[in-house]
Design a protein around this ligand. Structure first.
Ligand code: HSE
Length: 296
């Protein structure tokens, strides 16, 4: 095989209290094509600044080859990204997943999904976007002795996700830099208890339970100051009955609901309460993880 295209879903991480642990795959995709060549590196489909050897799809491709003790030859990489960059929807994780999977498929699938998770988690530092990107659906993960352990959870089929995506980005490094190194016991207990109930609410399709459980003390309060309009939008969403959280490290805000009219209800007021431009993007859960869509 010489050429392969990998499709990876967008992911929303944390889901409120599940900081660095929970994640869910969503119906928005990045496709990355890898074509082996004699020598050299050519990356197309992305801005010039991302076409060098530090491109995440390429670094992950190289890491997977190294893990398999496979020779690195030349490669052409084409990125067709529909996941917005640096918006809290797993765009970086998608490139890492595509790179590792692309190398693995081209060299005979020597690595398991766990092997690919190990490689990409070592690069990303936390598995909460990677797990749903590989597995699809709702996942929770832990890191034990440096290795990710990722588990799929059942999800009620009626949930709809409405992403509110602003016209500015927020690098994850910046959004992590504002977090405290230490937290109180009370805040830790708050998140453990709320996190457990978020998973149950998502399984049952219980919107009231989800709305109450999807609250957090470990990251959202610190990060909201980096996101103009956060509090205004949160107050507006809370009037509708939908559950609300920051998507990953932000700046995208996420509503989870079973109300088909939520977008319409928010649209009536959103522009009048915000200062930035916010795009509303209705999404649903993607139950299929990263996979090959073309190979020759
Ligand atoms: N759990 C991560 C965070 C997700 O919130 O920083 C973003 O990579």
């Amino acid at each position: 095989m010489k050429r392969v295209t990998i499709r990876v879903p967008a992911t929303t991480a944390n889901l409120g209290p599940g900081f660095d642990a929970f994640g869910c795959a969503l119906s928005l995709y990045t496709d990355v094509t890898f074509e082996e060549t004699e020598a050299g590196l050519e990356i197309t489909g992305c801005p010039e600044e991302f076409t060098g050897p530090d491109n995440l799809a390429y670094t992950s491709y190289c890491a997977a080859l190294a893990t398999m003790s496979e020779e690195l030859r030349g490669v052409k990489i084409h990125i067709d990204a529909h996941i917005p960059v640096c918006r809290g929807l797993g765009s970086s994780a998608a490139l890492l997943v595509a790179g590792a999977m692309g190398a693995n498929v081209l060299r005979g699938n020597k690595l398991s999904t766990q092997g690919l998770l190990n490689i990409t988690n070592a690069m990303e530092g936390h598995p909460d976007n990677l797990a749903p990107a590989f597995l699809g659906g709702l996942t929770a993960s832990m890191v034990d002795s440096g290795l990710p352990v990722c588990v799929s959870f059942p999800l009620h089929p009626d949930w709809e996700f409405l992403a509110l995506i602003p016209d500015f980005n927020l690098p994850t490094t910046k959004a992590r830099a504002v977090l405290p190194e230490q937290v109180s016991r009370a805040d830790a207990i708050y998140n453990i208890s709320h996190g457990a109930l978020v998973l149950k609410a998502l399984e049952l399709g219980d919107e009231k339970l989800l709305r109450n459980a999807m609250q957090d003390k470990l990251h959202q309060n610190y990060r909201k100051k980096l996101i103009p309009d956060y509090e205004a939008i949160e107050s507006l969403v809370r009037t509708t009955g939908a559950a609300f959280c920051l998507s990953g490290a932000g700046p995208t805000l996420l509503c989870i609901t079973q109300d088909p009219k939520l977008e319409e209800k928010l649209a009536k007021k959103l522009d009048s309460i915000t200062t930035a431009n916010w795009q509303m993007l209705p999404l649903h859960v993607e139950f299929e993880g990263a996979h090959v869509i073309f190979a020759e």
